[in-house]
Design a protein around this ligand. Structure first.
Ligand code: UD2
Ligand code: MN
Length: 562
């Protein structure tokens, strides 16, 4: 009996021991998710905080169990700030439309309060990356106009909770003349938070420049006022900028639902693009690049950035001319910055191991003093006029309403472009965004009429007049693409620059002086010699003579072929 009891006790002990061993093995690493803040500089982060990994087959599948930060740390973070009172002072009144003021569901946002746990949406391999121990610190710049208190506070608290404390030099809030100055002022009680208020509405562009000018860190980090940063969002970006100060880097921007505030992972295969109307869009990275990506933690080159969330070296920001401060309120500044960075010696990339959530809205919750459409046109016109060279014509054809609209003087920005010795937009098209298709020029064909006759080509290179009901209509079909008079690949050219010289057809070259023409009344004048195309000739071929546009033999009437 004693022997039986001993065996039973040993068995129980063995079972308990086995369970204890298994439990120890499965326990998540004991560092809390924001422990990095209490560790000083110089300590590399190891392990995967708050994350439990199980091996299944031969792949590591992360089970995500992000934990809320510990209570005592929050007290330290917000010492001197009465969060409850701040949020309670502005609550949705019963019966009010929760979408009215902010174009998102304010009730849901308020319900979440000043902070919450969010899912770590990074690729699991990101968690094992390490970063330099001596990364430079950054000034966080957040501009806002009438932001909801709960979204604004969550932006700030998520930064303080999910960044290594040593990397946050300060958080600069620029209150762009919101109705209630206390929205900003009260937040300045939070350690590291500063509040600057504009004395009139400036818009996000001038507000960010104001923030950058007062920033004391060597690296600038821009954020919208309704974000929640995710685990280790900051280190990858500062690392890339530290390695090369000409890089301008963005995180993957996750989606915070405007309806229920769910935090949703965005696709990791997207980059910034646009169409010719300068409308920003997310697009798939080109298939060849996608195939070549063996490491999902590697940066993604992007032609443009969305604009709101990026990290940039402060000296580089200043050297490149900050922003175009003649742009108002909202819009277009992301194109201007993106073109400038690429064309003037820098690069733009999205870092998949950095994730920041943002509430994307369907409408602007604020007013535009000059109107939404006119402001967007003014800003994008400035970007197009300064940076897009001959390609701006495609912007104007895609946005005809932009023609003739005011956009102010761009002299300063053109001087800047010259001073920085920036590359042409053609270079950007060929090297950065070759996927952007140049619109097919819709060919417009005309006949060139003189009296009842039409201009036509003859033989190998000759020209003459013939009946318009030609048997070979192709030879009477002209494209007038200034300065060329073109038929397929051949263009009308003079043979010498003197009066009486014969006119012939030769392969088109818009830089060839002999092929350059312009209309002069009903006549067609050769631009360099100043002489006009004339059918009056003794030899039967066309010649150039002194311009007398009244003369029948110099009158050419283009008539569209429909
Ligand atoms: C996107 C960018 C935004 C900006 C914009 C183009 C992201 C996540 N957002 O639009 O940063 O680049 O495209 O211009 O990439 N604000 C002011 N004063 C104003 C108007 C707005 O301070 O007069 C603030 C606003 O409170 C917000 C930020 O500027 O914090 C951006 O405005 P938004 O959120 O309305 O722009 P969004 O996200 O639609
Ligand atoms: Mn936004």
């Amino acid at each position: 009996r004693i022997r039986a009891n001993a065996i039973a006790i040993l068995t129980v002990a063995w079972i308990l021991g086995t369970f204890y061993y298994l439990w120890q093995d499965n326990k998540p690493p004991s560092t809390p998710s924001s422990a990095s803040q209490i560790r000083g500089r110089g300590q590399r982060q190891r392990g995967v905080p708050g994350r439990l990994e199980v091996h299944r087959e031969d792949r590591t599948i992360p089970l995500i169990v992000t934990q809320p930060p510990q209570a005592e740390q929050q007290v330290q973070l917000l010492v001197g700030f009465d969060e409850k009172a701040y949020l309670a002072a502005k609550q949705l009144k019963p019966g009010d439309d929760p979408y009215k003021e902010h174009a998102f569901n304010l009730q849901e946002s308020d319900h979440l309060g000043g902070e919450r746990a969010i899912r770590d949406t990074r690729h699991y391999r990101c968690a094992s990356l390490t970063y330099d121990a001596d990364l430079p610190s950054t000034s966080i710049i957040i501009t806002f106009h009438n932001e909801a208190r709960s979204t604004l506070l969550r932006t700030i608290k998520s930064v303080l909770m999910r960044s290594p404390a040593a990397l946050i030099q300060e958080i600069i809030l620029i209150d762009d003349f919101s109705s209630d100055p206390e929205d900003c002022q009260l937040l300045a009680h939070i350690p590291k938070v500063r509040c600057l208020r504009n004395s009139r509405r400036e818009g996000l562009i001038r507000s960010r420049v104001r923030g950058a000018n007062t920033a004391s860190a060597s690296v600038l980090t821009f954020l919208d006022s309704h974000c929640e940063v995710n685990t280790d969002w900051l280190q990858p970006m500062i690392q890339r900028v530290k390695e090369d100060h000409t890089r301008v880097v963005s995180p993957i921007i996750d989606v915070i639902s405007l309806d229920n505030f769910a935090y949703l992972a965005a696709s990791a295969d997207l980059r910034g693009g646009f169409d010719w109307s300068l409308h920003f869009k997310w697009e798939q990275i080109p298939i060849e690049q996608k195939m070549a990506r063996s490491d999902p933690t590697q940066p993604i080159r992007t032609p443009v950035i969305a604009g709101g969330i990026f990290v940039m070296d402060k000296n580089w920001f200043n050297h490149l001319g900050q922003y175009d401060t003649h742009m108002d309120i909202w819009g277009g500044e992301n194109f201007e910055l993106s073109f400038r960075v690429w064309m003037c010696g820098g690069s733009l990339e999205i870092l998949p191991c950095s994730r920041v959530g943002h509430v994307f809205r369907k409408r602007h919750p604020y007013d535009f003093p000059e109107g939404n459409a006119l402001t967007y046109i003014k800003n994008t016109r400035r970007a197009a006029e300064v940076w897009m060279d001959e390609y701006k014509q495609y912007y104007y054809s895609a946005r005809p309403s932009a023609q003739g609209k005011a956009f102010g003087s761009i002299a300063d920005r053109l001087t800047l472009r010259r001073k920085l010795n920036c590359k042409p937009f053609r270079w950007y098209m060929e090297n950065v965004y070759p996927e952007l298709r140049v619109p097919e020029q819709e060919a417009v064909f005309s006949v060139l009429k003189q009296g009842g006759l039409c201009l036509e080509t003859r033989g190998t290179d000759g020209l003459g007049l013939a009946d318009c009901k030609a048997t070979r209509p192709q030879q009477q079909k002209w494209e007038l693409i200034e300065p060329l008079i073109q038929q397929q690949d051949l263009c009308v050219a003079i043979s010498a620059f003197t009066a009486g010289s014969r006119v012939k057809m030769e392969p088109c070259n818009s830089k060839e002086p002999k092929q350059k023409w312009k209309p002069k009344g009903m006549a067609l004048q050769h631009m360099v010699s100043g002489l006009c195309l004339d059918s009056q000739s003794l030899t039967g071929s066309l010649i150039i003579t002194q311009c007398r546009p009244q003369m029948a033999s110099q009158s050419w009437e283009p008539q569209l072929i429909t």
